[in-house]
Structure formats: C-alpha cells, structure tokens
Design a protein around this ligand. Structure first.
Ligand code: MG
Length: 231
C-alpha cells in the first residue's frame, strides 16, 4: 500500500521545451490581446500560468484576466501544438526521468503525480512532446487550481486521499522541482522537497531555500530511489 506521494514539477524538472512553451504563450497572447502582449521581464519559472497571464495583462491595463482564460487557453494549446509539430523546438525529457518514473511505477510504496504551474491541456502536451507517458501520473494539481503555488499541495493531497480512500499526511508527500517556488510550496505545507539543478535555480539557491536534498539531475536512479524511500 502506497505510503508516499511523489509530485513532479514539469518544466525544468521532467523536461525542457527549448523555448516552445514561452514562445507559444507569447504568440497566443499577441493573437488574443494584441501586439503589445509580452512576457518580457516577467518571472516565468516556478510560476502558475494563470498568474503569468494575469501579470502580463495587468501591464496592458486589461483587468479580470479570468474572463479571458478560455480563449487564451485555446490559442496557447494551438500555438504550442504547432511549435512542437514544426520540429523547430523540441521538448526533451531530463536525464534519468524515464527510468525513475518506471521504477516508481513498479514500486507500490509510491504514488506519482504532477504539481505544476502548467494548465492541464498544455502540460499534457509538453509531456507527450517529450515522450513522457501521462499514465505515470495518477494525482494532478494544475496551474489554475490555486491562487498561488502554495495552494497546490493541498489540492494534490485531497486527491491522493480520495484516490486511496485513506488518510494521508503532508509529510508523506515529496515534491520534486527546479525552483525556489517548488521548495517554498513544499515547505509551506510540510511536504518534503527534492531540488534538481536542471532548470531555473542553481544548487546554492535551492539549498538556501531549504530543499531537503539537491541533486544535479535525476540520473542516479538508485540514489534517488533510496532517498525517496527514506525521506
Ligand atoms: Mg519548473
């Protein structure tokens, strides 16, 4: 019976899109809101897509971004699909990710999920483009399911409890992510957290933020598994 929930961030942790994500976001924004739309200068890593859109629209003086979410999502999904299909920008799984997901899935101590700033349809599209099967993930907390990243672990926990029809505690969940925001949302909720240096933040930054373990990447499957078993 599973006693631990492993929650993966997507960008910079499971995969990188080599600019396709931000490129498609910008393109969709320009289509829907005009040529002045830009993510230039905005913090993107570790942020929720819904909030990134809100900040970009704030700068244009457009209020109530929620009212525009549905139309933006349609265009973002279409642009991202085209970016990947064109082959110009390729999504790539990070080192060790496929093997780690295989090992976790074969071990009934673990349930595996996603805790991400991505919206569901574009998050799944990135995984597919990187060749990472979505069946690995049974629990999801997406980027429009909270007003901040700190609100996502409780969403994931509620789903884990429902999935297992059993009580589960926050300290049984381990978040794996590449930014101080992954670390922060874990610490704020009493989850454990593994920082990886494959994305935005470097080792000293992740350590200073309070990550319980920081690894250069996830390629040493045995080491990652034994830490997850004992964390
Ligand atoms: Mg990330």
């Amino acid at each position: 019976m599973s006693q631990r929930l492993i929650l993966f961030d997507i960008d910079g942790t499971l995969l990188r899109t080599n600019g396709a994500g931000v490129g498609a976001f910008n393109e969709a924004g320009r289509r829907v809101f005009g040529e002045d739309f830009s993510l230039e200068g905005l913090l993107v890593g570790g942020q929720l897509d819904s909030l990134i859109l809100g900040r970009a629209l704030d700068r244009l003086g457009i209020e109530h971004f929620e009212a525009h979410m549905d139309i933006f999502r349609l265009h973002y999904h279409e642009c991202l699909t085209r970016h990947f299909n064109s082959g110009e920008r390729e999504a790539v799984a990070m080192p060790g990710v496929q093997e780690l997901l295989g090992r976790l899935g074969a071990d009934d101590q673990f349930d595996v999920g996603l805790l991400t700033g991505n919206l569901e349809e574009t998050g799944l599209l990135k995984l597919e483009a990187a060749g990472i099967a979505s069946f690995h993930f049974h629990i999801h907390a997406w980027g429009d399911e909270g007003d901040s990243r700190e609100e996502l672990p409780p969403v994931a926990m509620d789903r884990w409890r429902a999935h297992r029809s059993a009580d589960r505690e926050f300290h049984q969940a381990i978040i794996i992510g590449d930014t101080i925001h992954d670390v922060g949302c874990a610490k704020a909720n009493g989850c454990r957290v593994l920082g990886v240096c494959t994305g935005v933040d470097d080792r000293p930054t992740l350590e200073k933020a309070g990550a319980d373990l920081v690894l250069d990447d996830l390629s040493d499957t045995d080491a990652v598994m034994s830490w997850l078993e004992s964390a």
